[in-house]
Ligand binder design. Structure first.
Ligand SMILES: Cc1cn([C@H]2C[C@H](O)[C@@H](COP(=O)(O)OP(=O)(O)OP(=O)(O)O)O2)c(=O)[nH]c1=O
Length: 183
């Protein structure tokens, strides 16, 4: 199988490598701005599909994997923070509360396209203003949906997790492996 990961995310590369190391990376030029959907879960599915099909159209015969992750706080979508203030706003909203992380996964061979959304519910302990200041002064929040990395220092805020941990990191690897094995 000529497998292409349509993602520039180092986490997705690492997680896909648990299934196979026989793949190449081709980051899509899909324009995510202006894409809307009725719910955050439908949004990630649409974005994953957009990234996947943008690469698939230029690579006939390949199997292409595209993904997207957002944080959902009571229906409000948090993508990657645009600034330090934006990151602080997100972390204050996540402090001492539960939120959902949705990851959309889409696989296409150019003929057949299949997708799914996996969601994980995350509850954080209260996060102090001092912790928010210290965290947003590091690089960690800025390339992550919701301004945190559960695999990084945000692990220290985790109270409860209901679902697949790897969905938070951007690739629900067990369900993705099952989908890929059908191609
Ligand atoms: C919440 C959370 C997100 N993330 C990451 C996963 C994704 O890489 C990123 C969400 O951004 P995405 O827009 O889903 O993906 P990306 O821009 O990194 O990569 P590409 O579009 O090329 O596929 O946030 C973590 O690594 N840890 C976390 O705890």
């Amino acid at each position: 199988m000529n497998l292409i990961l349509a993602s520039g995310s180092p986490r997705r590369k690492e997680l896909l490598s648990l299934y196979t190391t026989d793949f190449t990376i081709c980051v899509s030029d899909f324009d995510e701005s202006g894409v809307t959907a009725p719910t955050p879960a439908q949004l990630v599915e649409k974005l994953a599909r957009g990234k996947c099909l943008a690469v698939a159209k230029d690579h006939p015969g390949a199997v292409v994997l595209g993904c997207d992750t957002v944080v959902d706080v009571g229906g409000e979508v948090f993508g990657k923070p645009h600034s330090v203030e934006d990151a602080k706003r997100m972390l204050r909203a996540l402090s001492g509360a539960a939120h959902e992380v949705h990851t959309g996964v889409c696989v296409s061979d150019g003929v057949r396209t299949e997708s799914f959304v996996d969601s994980c519910r995350v509850t954080f302990f209260p996060i102090s203003e001092g912790e928010i200041d210290a965290y947003t002064a590091t690089k960690e929040p800025y390339d992550k949906a919701g301004a945190y990395a559960i695999q990084g220092r945000a692990a220290l805020w985790l109270d409860r997790l209901e679902g697949d941990y790897y969905t938070i990191m951007g690739l629900p690897v067990s369900r993705t492996a099952r989908l890929l094995s059908r191609f």
